[in-house]
Write a new protein. Sequence first.
Lengths: 115, 396
Amino acid sequence: MSEYLVLIYESEAAWEKADGETAGTMMKEHQEFGERNGAALRGGNALHPTTSATSLRRDASGKLVVTDGAFAETKEALGGYYVIEAGDLDAAIAIASQIPAHFGGVEVRPIRDVG
Amino acid sequence: MLAATIRVTGDIDVAEECVQDAFTRALATWSKSGIPVKAGAWLTTVARRRAIDTLRRQTSQRRVMANFVEPQESALPSYSDLASIADDRLRLIFTCCHPALSSETQVALSLRLLCGLTTSEVARAFLVTESTMAARITRGKKKIATSHIPYRVPTVEELPARVETVLSAIHLVFTTGHTAPSGSDLVRRDLVDRALDLARLLRTLLPDDAEVAGLLGLIILTDARRQTRTSSDGALLLLSEQDRTQWDHGAISEGAALVREALRTRPAGRFVLMAAIATIHAEASSWDETSWGEIVALYDLLLIVWPSPVVALNRAVAIGIADGPDAGLEALSDLTSDGALLGYNYLASTRADFLRRLGRKDEARLAYEEALSQCENEVERAFLVSRLRELEVGAN
C-alpha cells in the first residue's frame, strides 16, 4: 500500500460569493465522501483563505523574513506539510521557522474549525 | 481606552462597538450629572464592563476568543493604574504592526486604532477611496482574528525584530506625510503629526530602546525644517537654499539630545544613524559649513546595517558634495547599472544635478526629463521644470 496526499484547489472568489445553501451542499458532499471512503482516509481539513496566510523565508544572511500572504512563487512547488497545534500565530511561526526548507520557505495557514 | 477594551474582548470590532457605546452612555449620563473628574477612566470602565457583558452573551464564540482573553480577567481591574493603560497601548501597537500584516495594513490599522483617525481620514491621507481603505482595514482585522495574531508585548528575544517592524511602519507614515507621493502639497501635515504622536508614544512605552529614540529624533529634526521647505509661493527649496534662522531651534535641541543619548548604545542602528545625519544638517550654520565628510562616514555605516539602494543613492549625493560631482557620479554608476532604482525619480534627478555641475548640459537635460517623467508630486515637478529651463537659457 502507498499513501497519497490529495490537495483541493478551488476559486476563493467563488467560495466568497457562494450562498449558504451552496456551501451547505458542498459540506454535505464532503461528509458523504468521507463516509464512502472512510477506510482509505487518514485525515483532512479545510483551510482559511489565503488572506489569512503568512509566509516565512530566510534572506541571504539567514535572517527570518515574515510576510503577509500565501507562498505564490512559481519557482517552488509544494513539497511537504506538517500539521501543528500552537497557542497563537507567534507560537506557530516559532515552530514553523525551524522547518528545514532550505530551497524555499514555508507558509503558515490556519485550519478552519468546521466541526 | 480601545486598547484596554480589546484585552477584554479579544476582538477589535467588538471592542470598537463597546467604546462607541460607552461614549453614548457618557453623553446621556454626563448631561445630567456633569463630567466626572476621571472622565477617561470612567469611559474605559464602562466600555470594558460592556465588553464583559457582550462576552458572556456570546458563549458560543467563547472558545475561539479564549485565545485572546487573559484568564484572570474575570473581575474588573482598577483603572487608576496608568501603567496598565500604557501596557494595553503597547500591546495594540505590536498587534497592529505585526510582521504577518502587510506594511500598508500595519499603517492603516495604526492610524485607525492607535491615532483614532476615521476610515475616511486614513483613506484621504493615502489618496485612496474610502471603500478601498475600509476593505484594507477589514481584511487586516480579519487576518488578526483568523490567524490568531496575539495581543501582547513580544518576549525579550523577539522584541528587537518586532520593534523594528513598528518603527518601519511609523517611519512610513512620516515619509508619506513629509513628501506626499502625489498631489498639490509637498507635505501632508496630518500624517507628519500622527507619526510624531506614534513615535512619542513608543518612546514613553520603551524609554530604553535606542532605535525608538533615534526614530523620534529623526522625525523631530526633519520636521524642524518644515517652515522653510517651500518658498512663499509654494516652490520647493533645497536644503542649501533654506533660511536656517527659520528652523525650529527648540525642536532641533530636543532631537539632537535624543540622538546623543541613542548613540551611546553600540552598534548604532538604522534610525539612530539617519537621525545622526539629520543632526549634522540641523546644527550646521550653513550649507557650506556642513561637515560633509562626517555625513559620508555615517552613510557608510548606514549602508552596512541597512543595505538599501536608496541609502546608497543618498550616500552618492553626499559624496558628490564632499568630493565633487565626478566622485558623486562614480558612486552613482553602480546604482544606475544595478536597476533596483529603475523608475525612481531621485536617481535621475541626482544624476542630472551632477551632470549639470560638470557642465555636461545635454546629458543633464536628458536626466532631468527622465526624472520629470517619473515624478508625481507637483511641487517637486515644478522644481525639475525650473532646472530644465535654466539649462535651456544657459544653452542659448
